[in-house]
Design a protein around this ligand. Structure first.
Ligand code: FES
Length: 241
């Protein structure tokens, strides 16, 4: 008897291991499910909800939802695309994301998802929050205006770097990523080579003095949409530096 679990995504039959999430099982089948907080080598977190799919008609986060035999998953229906567009728009208007001035443009997963989903300008009103920039560290800066609270840096610092440099504080609109030092980033033991510095999907956590080393037009998403590498079965989860 097979120990595989069979289920359907967008009419396509997928066979998965019973301990896999929908997102991972889909990815191994060459089906891209958009995501922002999920990343290879990081424990699933379920924060951004960009990976929302309909499972037997009910919204679920594909990055945390385990596969189950016989489930019907919608990943590209009009209904699910509308939900995802709204989530992406909310992320844009809740922060200050000025792509034309951002060093991450072209390598930014939020920007790339907006393009993939056909969003050129959000319909929702901008909140224009007033947030801090911490440029105290000689090699790294944090611009909280661009932080989407995905928690990748929190998990990477804790689980991959073994340092716990970052943590979430506050709730609701007051929630933010803080460093484990009241004296700001410069007083932490973070190093520019830490995994935590490279996992930010947007331009919130950036190494200094490498801006525009890759020219606009030659960046990761300049010629192919985000998810292309999965749809063509080329597994490459790292952003071009
Ligand atoms: Fe699943 Fe963020 S990728 S909730």
């Amino acid at each position: 008897m097979s120990d595989k679990v069979d289920f359907i995504i967008d009419g396509e039959e997928v066979s998965a291991n019973p301990d896999q999430t929908i997102l991972i099982a889909a990815e191994e089948a060459g089906i891209y499910i958009p995501r922002l907080c999920a990343m290879k080598d990081l424990v699933p977190f379920g924060a951004c909800r960009v990976c929302t799919v309909l499972v037997n008609g009910r919204p679920q986060a594909a990055c945390t939802q385990p596969v189950a035999s016989g489930i019907i998953v919608e990943n590209s229906s009009d209904k699910i695309l509308k939900i995802r567009r709204t989530i992406i728009e909310m992320l844009f208007v809740e922060g200050n994301h000025y792509c034309m001035f951002c060093e991450k443009s072209g390598n930014c997963e939020l920007q790339a998802l907006a393009y993939r989903l056909g969003i050129s300008a959000p319909d929702l009103p901008y909140l224009f929050p007033d947030r801090k920039v911490d440029a105290t560290h000689p090699d790294i800066l944090i611009d909280h205006n661009r932080c989407i609270l995905c928690g990748r840096c929190v998990r990477a610092s804790r689980d991959l770097d073994g340092k716990n440099v970052f943590q979430f504080v506050g709730r609701g609109l007051g929630k933010e990523v803080q460093v484990n030092s009241s004296a700001k980033l410069a007083a932490t033991d973070i190093d520019v080579t830490d995994k935590a510095v490279g996992v930010c999907p947007v331009g919130a956590l950036l190494p200094k003095r490498v801006g525009y080393r890759i020219p606009i037009g030659e960046r990761l998403f300049d010629h192919n949409p985000i998810g292309h590498e999965i749809e063509t079965n080329i597994h490459n989860s790292s952003v071009k530096e």
